[in-house]
Design a protein around this ligand. Structure first.
Ligand code: BTN
Length: 250
């Protein structure tokens, strides 16, 4: 695509089951333009990672799915994932003026509270991407959340302000355009090193759990295929896929 197109077309919905589901149904009918954003004020069945529910009060938060056709081999999917995480991280950090981190693979945190979540759904044929749906939920004006494994926060809770969702979307789209352009220009080292710098708990001792075993270790980075590297006390370097390791919080 010609770059800088993310956000050129916006489909605004009042209520939908999930913007990712709506977007997926669009592909069954047509080939929607790259960069189209589908946003909703409310999701009746908003979806999170690991088959969880994404909670969001009516009209309070940014709920969007972005249509993209990454020109990448499917095996490079983690570069794409990194770009989406970096865009959400950068927009959030710039707006809040506070440090924002990416908890591998793509939770966006302020301190240890989750302010945004990302659900990327790729359709792959052979070794190529057919298309991707980048579902992004950013907590903007909601003040109360249920109890989750990771506590939640929002822009309003962090800054005691009320935010315009359309303004946040514009800012998000410029960050997405920046990072998607980097991907199109094959600035892969820049993308990976930027992601690595923003990783939550990188180079800090912390506790993890895998296969029922709790251990202390230090995150050292990620592979090109997205595996997380954790160094144990004895110097052993462990590599984990998504779902193979859990962060334990003090
Ligand atoms: C997570 O569990 O962290 C991912 C949350 C992703 C939520 C967004 S909101 C817009 C889009 N539609 C969905 O149903 N989910 C994503």
């Amino acid at each position: 695509m010609s770059i800088q197109n993310i956000g050129k077309y916006i489909i605004r919905l009042d209520s939908v089951d999930s913007t990712n589901n709506y977007t997926s149904a669009l592909f069954a009918k047509e080939n929607p333009a790259e960069g189209t954003v589908i946003m909703a004020d409310y999701q009746e069945a908003g979806r999170g990672q690991r088959e969880t529910i994404w909670e969001s009060e009516h009209g309070k938060n940014l709920l969007a799915s972005i249509i993209l056709y990454p020109k990448l081999d499917a095996s490079d999917y983690f570069l794409f994932n990194q770009c989406i995480s970096l865009a959400v991280q950068e927009m959030t950090e710039t707006e809040l003026g506070k440090e924002v981190k990416i908890k591998w693979p793509n939770d966006i945190l302020v301190k240890r509270k989750k302010i945004a979540g990302i659900l990327i759904e790729n359709t792959i044929r052979g070794n190529s991407f057919l298309h991707s749906i980048a579902g992004i939920g950013i907590n903007a004006n909601q003040l109360k959340f249920q109890n989750y494994f990771l506590p939640a926060t929002s822009f309003s809770l962090e800054k005691k302000n009320i935010y315009m969702i359309s303004d946040l979307l514009n800012k998000l789209c410029s960050c997405l355009n920046k990072w998607y352009t980097a991907l199109e220009k094959e600035d892969f080292d820049f993308i990976s090193s930027s992601y690595s710098k923003k990783m939550y708990k990188k180079d800090e001792p912390a506790f993890y759990e895998s296969k029922g075993e709790k251990f202390e270790g230090i995150i050292r980075g990620v592979n090109e295929d997205g595996k997380l590297w954790i160094e144990k006390d004895n110097g052993e370097l462990l590599k984990f896929s998504f779902k193979e390791v859990k962060f334990l919080f003090e």
